[in-house]
Design a protein around this ligand. Structure first.
Ligand code: FUB
Length: 611
């Protein structure tokens, strides 16, 4: 059931927020419709902690309550992305209620993965002592649910901001502290430790010099983010107060000695705190932080954001400034597989809530609200748009637009009243003119009040001259439509790019062997085809590419459909490209396939389109 009353109350605050701030948004942010920072627009978020798992980047955050005048934080949130531009909202799988012994301050946490489990370390206030303690929750998936692993604090000394490093030798360290800085060696169970918490000496050589504060002579303030890169240990932390900037130190071991190296991010962004998180993903390095950039934002109403950066050749970190543009998108978003409505680059006026169908849905939608989904790869065209919708009133319209919220209208779906905000139905409408790679805007129109809820959407490729020529490109129908030129073909459920299945070609004995699909009857002579296919290896790091082979008048031809790209076992790599296919004479035996430049590593493929 939709929480009508609390939703209405919640929304009225947002209404004020959004109305008051629309003017600010247009005047203060250079290009609000195009901005990708902050990452989340539906609520205030703080204290980012990224984790990469199975080819997705998960972002764990705190949640500043609307209108806060202190660090009023009661739950934590999870978001994820595969492209650094569109973020999926996974809701709140952990709150103060997870820790029966805690009564306040759901502050800055960190998630570590070990032995198939996810461990979320957080600072919370211990009801019994009134002091800050570190709790640990455990979950079987990156999006939870999470349960208190101990039923009591893991460690308690009144200090905050836990962060975990698992060193190459398997030893895990828990770091935390404000005003001091501590570490303790975690046991392999990740929920107990050996020895006593050890204080890291806060020397000015190690952590810089803070002027004019005798009780805190070094720059270290809070929020340690410790990681290892090329044999060097980095501690990136919130420095000085207040305002904070982000500084960092390096060390030859996990336990020091630390040497102060300088500024990562200067003081900026209208929040007097900042909080770092650094991670590599899809071949790039990313710096996460928070600021007060959303309308109504400030020191207690913060928002997480991200920038891409490159380490200097000597391993030092360059100075990084906050931007509203954020990082470039990695690849494109496939509109021909089911996409969650809560996968958003920028939402205007909308909120999210748990869906009765699982996951989250977009809700509290009113006339003029819209969702931007960035870099959608329509290829040679979509023929229809399908949406999973509900409405407790009389519904409204979903306008399918390209480029901006007032951009080209390529389709309109009418949503009826469904008798309840969680009574779901599926609507489909024709689409014309959605081609190439475009920013998609779903704009909602109707009367006054709430119009509809949206759970997911999906485009159908155009038929005939357009659309995906591949049968079962999502691999959700097992091996249907696919054969292999060598080895064994199977439907895999252990990894999937979208949905719950991918296609595995194991036991390859030649580089040219891979999953094939016959497309002879669908090809048009002289036509340009766009390919997108997600690939990961079963072993090794082979270079993979999509190829079309065909025979015309007895001669066999090969067209490279995508550039070759290195793929790996940890995540999905998108092969994408456009190539013209032409022949002379009679066409026979045209086959789309994925192969490697060399080697026989098994290949997983998923979400393939050739159109
Ligand atoms: O969000 C509450 C506190 O503010 C965090 O624990 C600190 O790192 C600072 O960001």
């Amino acid at each position: 059931m939709r929480p009508v009353l609390s939703g209405a109350r919640r929304r009225s605050r947002h209404l004020v927020l959004w109305t008051v701030s629309l003017f600010l948004l247009t005047t203060l942010l250079p290009s609000p419709a195009r901005a990708d920072n902050p990452i989340v627009q539906t609520i205030y978020t703080a204290d980012p902690a990224p984790l990469v798992h199975n080819g997705r980047l998960y972002l764990y955050t705190g949640h500043d309550e609307d209108g806060s005048t202190y660090f009023t934080m009661r739950d934590w949130r999870v978001y994820s992305t595969t492209d650094m531009a569109n973020w999926t909202d996974h809701g709140s799988p952990m709150s103060l209620a997870t820790f029966a012994w805690a009564d306040a301050n759901a502050w800055a946490g960190h998630v570590a993965y070990r032995n198939g489990k996810f461990y979320w370390y957080v600072p919370v206030r211990n009801r019994a002592t009134g002091g800050m303690a570190i709790g640990v929750a455990v979950g079987d998936s990156p999006t939870g649910p999470f349960r208190d692993a101990l039923g009591r604090p893991l460690v308690e000394n009144g200090e905050i901001d836990p962060n975990v490093l698992i060193d190459d030798d398997g030893q895990a360290y828990l770091y935390w502290g404000n005003p001091r800085l501590w570490y303790v060696r975690l046991n392999t169970d990740m929920i107990s430790y050996s020895g006593s918490p050890t204080q890291i000496p806060l020397t000015t050589a190690g952590f810089g010099t803070r002027n004019g504060n005798a009780s805190r002579p070094t720059l270290y303030e809070e929020g340690p983010w410790v990681f290892k890169r090329n044999g060097l240990y980095y501690n990136v932390f919130a420095a000085e107060c207040c305002s904070e900037f982000i500084g960092y130190s390096t060390a030859p071991s996990a336990t020091g000695p630390w040497t102060y190296r300088g500024t990562v991010m200067p003081k900026q962004g209208s929040s007097f705190t900042n909080h770092p998180g650094i991670i590599d993903f899809a071949g790039n390095s990313y710096f996460f932080y928070h600021n007060g950039a959303l309308p109504g934002g400030g020191g207690y109403t913060r928002s997480v954001a991200v920038e891409r950066f490159s380490y200097n050749a000597d391993g030092t970190i360059p100075t990084i400034n906050m931007t509203t543009a954020g990082p470039p998108q990695v690849g494109t978003l496939n509109p021909y597989v089911r996409q969650e409505a809560e996968t958003i680059a920028w939402g205007t006026g909308v909120e999210t809530e748990p869906s009765s169908e699982g996951g989250m849905n977009v809700g509290f939608i009113e006339n003029g609200d819209n969702i931007k989904v960035k870099g959608v790869g329509f290829g040679s065209g979509a023929s229809s748009f399908t949406a999973r919708v509900a409405s407790g009133t009389s519904g409204g319209q979903i306008e399918v637009r390209l480029g901006s919220a007032t951009g080209t209208l390529v389709g309109t779906c009418t949503v009826p009243g469904t008798g309840g905000w969680q009574n779901w139905t599926t609507v489909t409408c024709p689409v014309s003119g959605a081609t190439g790679t475009r920013d998609l805007y779903l704009r909602f129109a109707g009367g006054s009040g709430y119009l509809l809820n949206l759970n997911w959407w999906q485009f159908t490729p155009g038929g005939g001259s357009g659309g995906n020529l591949l049968t079962n490109g999502t691999m959700e129908d097992g091996t249907t439509g696919w054969t292999s030129s060598g080895g064994t073909l199977s439907s895999a459920t252990d990894v999937a790019h979208g949905g719950s299945r991918s296609l595995l070609n194991s036991g390859r004995t030649s580089a040219w062997q891979g999953p094939h699909q016959n497309v002879t009857s669908s090809l048009t002579n002289g036509k340009s085809y766009t390919t997108s296919v997600w690939v990961r290896s079963q072993s090794g790091t082979p270079s993979a590419k999509a190829t079309l082979t065909f025979t015309a008048d007895g001669t066999t031809n090969y067209v490279q459909l995508t550039p070759a790209q290195t793929v790996n076992t940890n995540g999905w790599t998108q092969l994408t490209g456009t190539a013209t296919v032409s022949w002379t004479g009679t066409l026979t035996n045209a086959s789309f396939y994925v192969e490697t430049a060399a080697g026989t590593d098994g290949l997983y493929i998923d979400d393939a389109s050739f159109q």
